[in-house]
Design a binder for this molecule. Sequence first.
Ligand code: MTE
Ligand code: MO
Length: 320
Amino acid sequence: MLIRKPDDFLSSEITSEAVWRSRRELMLRAGAAAAAVGLPGWATRAAHAQDAGALPGKSNPAFSVMDKQTSLADITSYNNYYEFGVDKGEPAKNAGKLQTRPWTVSVEGEVNKPRTFTIEDLLKLAPMEDRVYRLRCVEGWSMVIPWVGYSLSEVLKQVEPNGNAKYVEFVTAVQRENMPGVRAAILEWPYVEGLRLDEAMHPLAMLVFGVYGRVLPNQNGAPLRLAVPWKYGFKSGKSLVKVRLVEKPPVTSWVKSAPQEYGFYANVNPNVAHPRWSQATERRIGEDGLFTPKRKTLMFNGYGDQVAALYQGMDLKANY
Ligand SMILES: Nc1nc2c(c(=O)[nH]1)N[C@H]1C(S)=C(S)[C@@H](COP(=O)(O)O)O[C@H]1N2
Ligand SMILES: [Mo]
């Protein structure tokens, strides 16, 4: 019998939106049926286990956009994950080597209760939700991705940030033998990102474990990554290993490499150009035909109603 580990998820397995929905339906119904006839929990789990890579979540429409979702094939084959190479196709080709078990995430620094969580702890820390988010890369392309996970605040609450905690630093994995990109001096490794504590506590800031109802493929940041949808994609670190609550703004990899081009905030902003290109429009992956017009980029990537208050009174041209 072929037992599939979550790691066996291949980008070549192209799950259409329709198949994904029907599979979800089936699993939900199997679960509901088991509950209705009073079957024990293991029966429900057995229904799920038929698809070892499945990671069902409860739909969260309040946190989901209605835009047409990017296909799983595009989401898993057009990636930025420089540890596995700089070309868009290299992460899908090379990330198979990433070791995603055992995996721990240490949450430390200015907190009352520092703790090292195992990936198993994190998978059951809070109910999984399906949230359809926009992702806008600073390079000028975008996708619409149905992530599975929950708010980062669920984990931060557990460690009780103290009065000195003003910022959160995110450190991602370095596996020198498994990551060809780390042997090149593209960025300073590990890839480090950061948020202000109130940004990190915003419910839209998401810890992601899956996509399209299945375990996250390595090239998308397995076993867990961030999704901060109102900021450029580079703020959403992949394959997180450490979260540090700190007093001062963390020096992030991109700010270190090119401070005049990449700021700490990196809020999506059509009115602030990158020094080398405009940010006013974007190319939605999957929509690009020869005559497809570009989309207008939205302030805060369209999440202004939810997040603009975080930046009240700030000059967003100076704080890019
Ligand atoms: N560790 C790590 N995280 C990373 C990156 C990276 O190179 N390394 N690239 C970032 C960039 S630039 C983008 S646009 C998103 C892309 O996420 P996706 O490949 O899942 O679409 O991941 C971000 N997270
Ligand atoms: Mo990006």
